[in-house]
Ligand binder design. Structure first.
Ligand SMILES: *Cc1c(COP(=O)(O)O)cnc(C)c1O
Length: 358
């Protein structure tokens, strides 16, 4: 293991991203300096679900209700949502220790931070992000001890909150301990930083991460306009370090529930060497009902992708079943097997062909 002391970063300084974060918008009063909003309404929402729009992401908002605004600015609809549950995936029920979810035998989701660079209004963990008491040094140690003892675990996903909001040293400490566990094959980091605060991806961070291969990153872009030159630069640094990059997009009403937008997003992701991994159907999280599109909108998008653009651009469309029953891919019905053993298959042009089902 190496110390970073001799490396002089030529791109990205810690002071820069800290400054972008601390100069962000966290209150109705701050927001009202820029946009004509109803302060009381926003205050009411922020009391329950915190707001943070760092100054980089805030600079992307061009007008009210554009895709950036919708993802980041609180809306009273969050408080008037009769649908959904605080924890629809029963994450807390499947947590053998605080902040670690063990749903599938061979992999765990380990929450190592509860802070984010932007508090997304559609967050699946709306119930707990932004609350400083949730993740502690003790909870992180308990998680590591659990992973050590459970020898079936071979894939550890660091998530949150956003793991990249930890300081380099704190994240390195966690990665070192996880990498030292024999039965852990791969480590994944789930982070929205390349999209929401790309300046956080410094040379030093990347140099540190490189020690822990095989390391994978899944990031999270929801709209093609989020792929700015800053975001592209962050992804290039990570990809050049040999870290395979994936993207988990969330289907969001009024943001990207449109085949044309999704096609543009998927193509742009490939250009910055990010492989679309999943499109998530939004979970039944209380306070996010206004983002939920019908499943048919997702299926229509999948149909517009398959066969029409490079197969590398086509993610799986996933639904996460309530109660922690797991993720399931959803597909348009391309094939039907008749009683006579013949399968009818539809291609991307909508033409139907017969194929022996064997
Ligand atoms: C989504 C998820 C995973 C990872 O699933 P993959 O399909 O392997 O990406 C692991 N654990 C939990 C609790 C999850 O929600």
């Amino acid at each position: 293991m190496n110390s970073n002391k001799t490396i002089i970063p030529f791109r990205g300084k810690n002071e820069e991203w800290h400054e972008i974060l601390s100069s962000g918008i966290c209150s109705a009063d701050q927001l009202a300096c820029h946009f004509p909003i109803n302060k009381n309404n926003i205050r009411g929402v922020v009391k329950k679900y915190p707001m943070r729009i760092n100054s980089y992401y805030f600079s992307l908002i061009k007008k009210e209700h554009d895709p950036f605004w919708k993802q980041a600015v609180p809306d009273v609809m969050e408080l008037n949502d009769d649908s959904g549950f605080e924890d629809p995936l029963s994450e807390e029920f499947q947590s053998p220790v605080l902040n670690l979810i063990h749903r599938y035998p061979d992999r765990v989701l380990f929450m190592v931070s509860n802070q984010c660079a932007v508090y997304c209004r559609f967050c699946m963990r709306k119930r707990c992000v932004g609350d400083k008491t949730v993740v502690t040094d003790e909870s992180i140690q308990a998680g590591i001890e659990y992973i050590k003892k459970e020898t079936a675990i071979r894939d550890v996903i660091l998530s949150g909150g956003d793991p990249f909001l930890l300081e380099d040293g704190a994240l390195e400490g966690i990665l070192k301990q996880v990498r030292a566990i024999d039965h852990v094959d791969i480590i994944r980091i789930h982070t929205r930083i390349p999209c929401t605060l790309p300046q956080r991806v410094t040379e030093n961070l990347v140099y540190m991460l490189k020690q822990f291969h095989p390391l994978f990153i899944n990031t999270h872009f929801n709209h093609p306009d989020e792929i700015t030159s800053e975001a592209a630069c962050a992804c290039a640094l990570l990809a050049d370090a040999g870290i395979p990059l994936g993207c988990q997009t969330v289907l969001l009403k009024g943001v990207n529930d449109d085949p044309e937008i999704m096609i543009r997003l998927m193509k742009k992701l490939l250009q910055i060497r990010v492989k679309p991994y999943y499109i998530h159907h939004p979970d039944m999280v209380k306070g996010t009902g206004h983002f939920r599109s019908p499943v048919n909108a997702g299926l229509r998008i999948v149909k517009a992708l398959h066969g029409h653009i490079s197969g590398l651009c086509v993610p799986h469309y996933m639904i996460d079943l309530p109660g922690g029953a797991g993720k399931v891919p959803l597909l348009p019905e391309y094939a039907k097997i008749n009683n006579n053993g013949i399968m009818q298959v539809e291609n991307h042009k909508g033409e139907v062909f017969e194929y022996p089902a064997g």
